[in-house]
Design a protein around this ligand. Structure first.
Ligand code: ADP
Ligand code: GLC
Length: 477
């Protein structure tokens, strides 16, 4: 049985800001189902949604600090979670990375460097837990220093580093290297130095035994200047060790037949009941109640990556079309203000909820007809997968995981029953509007529309095959 230490900065439902949390829960659950022994390591933030008992396990000393290791389980699962308990660094409320104003916590480098050092102690079985992993699987920049630090150890476990988003790199001023007491030999262009800055991300990219990312297309894209942020050369150099494995989804948590957040369940054989979720949503938010007008939804962090600029530009034209638009999101103030303006001006056609709300995310998925995901780049993306499972047809830009998981509705793809959504190319509001218009035309033909919905609902996006691929990767190491 392979023993895996899965190091991550967020995991659903304990703490979540985005898709990393979903993957950090659903992948380990799937791997354990395939007879692996996966244990999670996360920081003990103040606002964890813990439901299971927590026990003290041990104390480790790293970089002049003593840190307690606590043990709990991922709520309602058998997945063991170790918590890095260092109140001075992690006992902050709210978002794990930024303060209320959206600014990075000032001591992020220190926080996540400590987290990485503790991970190394666990990985080397020096944390008094009597368990040594075969593989340490790290995720995104917050655990990037783990492969670097482990590279100096003798008889160490193998390392895998997964890029969930190359846009967030954990870059800090040069002096941070000394402040964190990092080994001097890491400071060079083939190490963790990046244009005179300290890069946590490079700790993973330069030192991990294998690098993965969350879709095959993104694995190719990040080797180009357009998506690589200057790291494309290193990624090309490591090409043989780099693989894209598509994310799966938790098909129990995201299941319209049993979803705990829905009043009205539905499924493939009861698809007409989906409509009731839509009229309930229209009534709840004072939208014009009409079962025949398509409701477009968007649920996202409100950041440039997600194509919010295209949405804001397209909205004046979009709202001349027979459609309604509901959005759930939190993020950059500029987008929040622009979006709120449209809601105020068109109260019966637009609903903007500037919040982070798990229940509403499920309810919007169930109620909407069409899901918008015009991302400028998208390593994988999960909402297009949730949408397909909920019979909510996605409109996506052809990039990253969106290109790998949504098949454009064309005569040929209708014929072979692969069509699941609408795919457009250009990163422009015009191209987005064209796709929206195409979707409205197909929507008006209810038989055709139902074919699209069912194609998506019948897809198997569970973790089964992707988890198997991770297991093969671990075994090959
Ligand atoms: P990313 O990780 O880049 O944000 P993903 O599509 O992989 O994008 O995952 C986003 C996850 O976060 C999904 O589970 C989505 O439902 C959730 N999410 C995003 N914004 C919100 C919000 N405002 N309220 C509730 N859930 C949200
Ligand atoms: C990142 C990406 C998103 C991906 C998620 C989980 O946050 O932006 O595309 O689905 O990680 O891998």
């Amino acid at each position: 049985m392979k023993k895996i230490l899965f190091v991550t900065s967020e995991v659903f439902p304990l703490i979540k800001t985005g898709g990393l949390a979903d993957v950090s829960a659903s992948l380990p659950i799937a791997l354990n189902g395939l007879n692996a022994d996966v244990r999670l390591l996360i920081p003990y933030y103040k606002d964890l949604n813990k439901t299971e008992e927590t026990y003290y396990k041990s104390t480790v000393h790293v970089n002049k600090r003593s840190v307690n290791i606590l043990e709990t389980f991922l709520p309602e699962t058998q997945v063991l979670v170790w918590l890095v308990d260092c109140p001075a660094l992690f006992d902050y409320p709210g978002n794990p990375y930024v303060d209320e104003q959206g600014n990075d916590w000032l001591n992020n480098a220190e926080r996540f460097a400590l987290f990485c050092r503790v991970a190394v102690e666990l990985a080397m079985n020096r944390a008094y837990l009597d368990w040594m992993p075969d593989v340490v699987h790290c995720n995104d920049w917050q655990s990037g220093l783990v492969p670097a630090l482990l590279s100096t150890e003798v008889d160490r476990p193998s390392t895998v580093f997964t890029i969930h988003n190359l846009a967030y790199q954990g870059l800090f001023p040069k002096k941070t290297h000394a402040l964190l007491n990092l080994p001097r030999q890491f400071w060079h262009p083939n190490g963790i130095e990046f244009n005179g800055m300290l890069s946590f991300m490079k700790g993973g990219l330069a030192y991990a035994d294998r690098i993965t990312t969350v879709s095959p297309t993104y694995a190719q894209e990040i080797q180009t200047a357009e998506f690589g942020y200057g790291l494309e050369g290193l990624l090309r150099h490591r090409n043989k060790d780099l693989v894209g494995i598509l994310n799966g989804i938790d098909i129990d948590h995201w299941n319209p037949e049993t979803d705990v957040y829905l009043n009205q369940h539905y499924g493939i054989s009861t698809l007409d009941k989906k409509q009731l979720n839509k009229t309930a949503l229209q009534a709840k938010y004072g939208l014009f109640i009409d079962a025949n007008v398509p409701v477009f939804a968007l649920i996202s962090r409100l950041v440039e990556q997600k194509g919010l600029g295209l949405i804001v530009d397209a909205l004046p034209e979009m709202l001349k079309l027979p459609l309604q638009f509901v959005l759930l999101g939190k993020g950059e103030k500029y987008f929040e203000q622009q979006l709120a303006f449209f809601a105020k001006k068109h109260p019966q056609q637009v609903v903007i909820i500037l919040d982070y709300d798990e229940a509403l995310a499920h309810q919007f998925e169930a109620a909407a007809d069409i899901f918008l995901m015009p991302s400028l780049f998208e390593p994988c993306g999960l909402n297009q997968l949730y949408s397909q499972r909920y019979g909510t047809v996605p409109i996506v830009r052809k990039t990253g995981g969106l290109a790998d998981t949504v098949v454009d509705a064309l005569p040929a793809t209708f014929n072979d029953k692969t069509a699941t959504g609408f795919v457009f190319n250009g990163a422009s509001s015009g191209a987005l509007l064209e796709a929206i218009k195409r979707s409205i035309i197909v929507y008006s033909d209810s038989e055709r529309w139902k074919e699209l919905q069912l194609n998506g609902m019948q897809k198997n996006d569970s973790w089964h095959s992707s988890a198997q691929r991770y297991l093969e990767l671990y075994e090959a190491l």
